[in-house]
Design a protein. Sequence first.
Length: 276
Amino acid sequence: MLYLVGLGLGDPKDITVRGLEIVKSADEVYLEAYTSILTVGKEALEQFYGREVILADREFVEQKAESFIESARNSNIAFLVVGDPFGATTHTDLVLRAKEVGVPFQVVHNTSILNAVGCCGLQLYSFGETVSIPFWTDTWKPDSFFEKIEGNLDRGLHTLCLLDIKVKEQTIENMMKNRPIFEPPRFMSNQQAAEQLIQVVNSKDNASKLTGDTLCVGVARVGWPDQKISVCTLNEMLNCELGQPLHSLVIVGKIHPLELDFLRMFNPDITPPDSS
């Protein structure tokens, strides 16, 4: 059996009781180590679980997953995922691959940023399509996420922006020369995301729903003991320091009075978009 086990967002104890039972009894335990991060490292997980944990990086998951999927045909393999197993398309692909070759699987869900973002007080059913904002380079500056944000704002919906994570990435030169040299990990901040969004706004010829005065919420380390939330305009977000990763950014749509009351716990001076 292949078990995909969600770990939640905080420390090792955020795993569910069912998930912990699976980990303790599994023949092998893998930790997916590139779509998100925990507050602790592999060693802390091993100590809490009482089990060896094998790190599974991007290359392993995307190119060598067949090895542990096939192992799950005759043994129990636990594949640990920060957040919820279906919070990333990579893990959906694993399920499809297991199904294709007839390997049984089970999923143990947990909290993820997709629902935990409700900690800022915005109602989850008032969110529209979630977007991902990638790191730009000098020659690659995609902005397809902008149209989705505009569409959400047009309908009065909030937008959760998932910010880019670069773990075990290679430069183009090292990839071409097949050199196993990797860049240091990078995690996009709310400030970097705001800067890219403002550049997109300024590049548009026509007026957009998203402006520098649009209300935003920056969240950092959701579910961790030092979780931080900041509410301000997109322009003000450029100078809003939320500290260590992971960060996410919410573009605020139409605000319900209860949402406004909650947001004012973080910034008493905010003005709702409808009254601006």
